[in-house]
Design a protein around this ligand. Structure first.
Ligand SMILES: NC(=O)c1ccc[n+]([C@@H]2O[C@H](COP(=O)([O-])OP(=O)(O)OC[C@H]3O[C@@H](n4cnc5c(N)ncnc54)[C@H](O)[C@@H]3O)[C@@H](O)[C@H]2O)c1
Length: 257
């Protein structure tokens, strides 16, 4: 699917990987609706691209909030072709049982609610709009949905049960959503990033960062949002890719801790 003149909803688009994806779409002549809770960053990004980008204060885990964001997108641009789900939280690191006792069920539920249920919530509501598109004359596509999992969804480390389970759930959505939507000409893909330099990891102590970088194969550095974004562009533009989980992780296989 061509990015120029297409309309993309990008959750978590105010920061990090989602912001990188938004900048990529905008640089290629696409239109972007940023769905995020971070109003300050989201509005600033949209303001830099008047007529091409809007910000909608959306909580991905809320049906009403996502519906309002979709209504604002349709009011601004008329249609939606692409959905990139990047909104997510790391949750609290902690073993299932520690000296403080069992891991909090509330903390576990919150991560599942935002990372997994939020991804499905946005995908289902945006998909309903994508299905209203006419198929593109050249590729017969109506749209593309790209979800963001994590290396942790495949090789979860010690203390990462909540985050890993949420991201494994996102991987689990890939094939059934592909099969649900293929008859309508909608492709579904999942990206599983390794270690990326974004505000999410900004609080990680330098020493811990260096330990993580040492586990990478090549290149031994954190990935950049622009590298994630260039993969998203490739997934949108290559009409034959579908139903796949693509790792982007410098060849890493995460160690147990
Ligand atoms: N940075 C990494 O190393 C890395 C690695 C693997 C996967 N990921 C995943 O990539 C995605 C993007 O991460 P990032 O590193 O860019 O993080 P980030 O913190 O920079 O951006 C996440 C964005 O999501 C938004 N958000 C959080 N909860 C939300 C909600 N309920 N509704 C709407 N927006 C919400 C935040 O406001 C923020 O702008 C996340 O799903 C993350 O789990 C990141």
């Amino acid at each position: 699917m061509q990015i120029k003149d297409s309309v993309a909803v990008i959750t978590g688009g105010a920061s990090g990987l989602g912001e990188g994806a938004a900048e990529m779409f905008l640089s290629k002549g696409g239109k972007v609706a940023i769905f995020d809770l971070n109003r300050e960053r989201g509005e600033a990004l949209a303001a830099r691209h008047p007529g091409q980008a809007i910000f909608a204060a959306v909580d991905v885990a809320s049906e009403a909030s996502v519906q309002a964001g979709i209504a604002a997108t349709l009011a601004a641009f008329g249609r939606i072709h692409i959905c990139v789900n990047c909104a997510g939280i790391p949750g609290r690191i902690g073993r299932i049982v520690s000296k403080k006792g069992p891991y909090s069920l509330e903390d576990f539920s919150k991560v599942i609610q935002i990372n997994l249920i939020g991804t499905f919530n946005v995908a289902r509501l945006v998909a309903a709009e994508i299905l209203k598109n006419d198929p593109q004359p050249d590729t017969q596509e109506r749209g593309v949905i790209i979800n963001t999992s994590s290396l942790a969804g495949i090789e979860g480390q010690m203390g990462q049960a909540a985050y890993s389970a949420s991201k494994a759930g996102v991987i689990g959505l890939t094939l059934p959503l592909t099969r649900d939507l293929s008859q309508f000409g909608v492709r579904v893909l999942t990206v599983a990033p390794g270690l990326f330099e974004t505000p999410m990891g900004a609080g990680t102590p330098e020493e811990v960062k260096q330990q993580l970088i040492a586990t990478l194969e090549f290149p031994k550095r954190m990935g950049q949002p622009a590298e994630y974004a260039s993969l998203v562009a490739f997934l949108v533009e290559n009409s034959y890719l579908n139903g796949e989980v693509i790792r982007i992780d410098a060849g890493t296989r995460a160690p147990p801790r």
